[in-house]
Design a protein around this ligand. Structure first.
Ligand code: KG4
Ligand code: ZN
Length: 337
């Protein structure tokens, strides 16, 4: 590797995935992710346990990223890290490590906004969206409609006012007795069910905003009433329940997406975040895009969920603009886009 090459080590530790990635001249060479299984038995991410697991996993993950890319520490041009949003204790592990590593190697430090990185995951591989486009970022922690004007010029034009859509998937799945995280399981059962079997209310918020807290209460009361009549109601209707819940959540996502596309006059749409793996969302959105003449982009699954590859991609664009930060960098749990 020559002295003009730009090679960046990127670190992600905002929630429950510890990840490191190497990017050279804008090409992501690897994306090493250590997933924390410790949270499964608690039915959700336990912040204290997440920080501890990041501390255990971070150095091995960084070493693997460097060695599998065949790059030594001395060949790096910069260190990048997620500053937020996320869990404070988790972010602190990544940020403290990145600051110390950059200082020791005398390298520039780059801070990355996790939500911006979810959008930039679409630039890791071909085909890449063209500007301007709308990105629907949907995960366990976020639900945002982002108007993307350029790599580093984006604006949130709508977002959830309470729960994220991934949380709605996981919480309703839990009511059906499915283990955490229930989203992928609910998706699997939904494939066998009738999406119109049961009807749940569609929450409509003003503007382009979302609200996903109502559906879990609606499902809770619906199940309570049905279980009183028939204690085996859930097991006898699991696929139909999953399909109907999924249908409602996807409808809510797409109603506002359609409005957003119309409002900004975009012709390209991208989906990001863990929930973008949902088969109902993918197929309904693909049909909608075809009818409307939109170009649709959905990244490979490893770049949908939390990963350092997307942090590396964002860091590359920031490096080109020499957007470096000092070693007084502190994480921000509620960092805005
Ligand atoms: O992006 P992610 O890995 O982590 C963050 O929350 O940032 O997203 C995880 C979320 C969980 O809520 C999980 O249930 C949901 O994404 N998820 C799905 C599917 N795959 C993952 N939800 C519905 N259907 C899926 N196939
Ligand atoms: Zn995320």
């Amino acid at each position: 590797m020559g002295t003009t090459d730009i090679s960046i080590l990127a670190i992600e530790s905002s929630c429950d995935e510890t990840s490191a990635s190497i990017i050279v001249n804008g090409k992501v060479l690897n994306n090493i992710v250590a997933t924390q299984s410790v949270h499964e038995k608690y039915g959700g991410v336990v912040p204290e346990l997440a920080s501890r697991a990041h501390q255990e996993n971070l150095i091995p993950v960084v070493q693997e990223a460097l060695s599998s890319a065949g790059i030594s520490k001395k060949q790096l041009s910069a260190i990048a890290v997620t500053r937020g949003p996320g869990l404070m204790g988790s972010l602190l592990v990544g940020v403290s490590f990145a600051k110390a590593f950059a200082k020791t190697l005398n390298l520039p430090l780059i801070e990355v906004n996790h939500m911006q990185a979810h959008v930039l995951a679409h630039f890791i591989e071909e085909p890449r969206p063209s500007f301007p486009f709308i990105c629907l970022t949907v995960s366990g922690g976020h639900t945002q409609l982002v108007w993307v004007r350029d790599h580093l010029d984006m604006e949130v034009i709508g977002e959830t006012q309470d729960d994220a859509v991934g949380e709605a998937f996981d919480k309703t799945a839990k009511l059906l007795g499915l283990p955490y995280p229930g989203g992928p399981l609910l998706d699997r059962y939904a494939k066998e069910g009738n999406p119109k079997a049961f009807s749940f209310p569609i929450t409509r918020m003003p503007g382009l905003n979302y609200s996903f807290s109502g559906i879990k209460t609606a499902v809770l009361y619906f199940l309570r009433d049905r279980l009183e009549e028939n204690p085996s109601f859930i097991t006898e209707n699991l696929a139909d329940l999953c399909a109907s819940i999924q249908y409602t959540l996807v409808e809510m996502l797409l109603i506002k997406l359609k409005e957003a596309m119309k409002q900004v006059g975009a012709k390209e749409v991208a989906i990001a975040g863990g929930v973008s793996a949902n088969s109902g969302l993918r197929s309904t959105l693909a049909g909608l895009a075809e009818r409307k003449g939109w170009k649709l982009y959905a990244p490979e699954f490893q770049y949908c969920t939390d990963n350092a590859g997307m942090i590396a991609m964002a860091a590359h664009y920031k490096y080109l603009r020499k957007e470096f930060v000092g070693d007084d960098l502190v994480p921000l749990a509620k960092l805005k886009l």
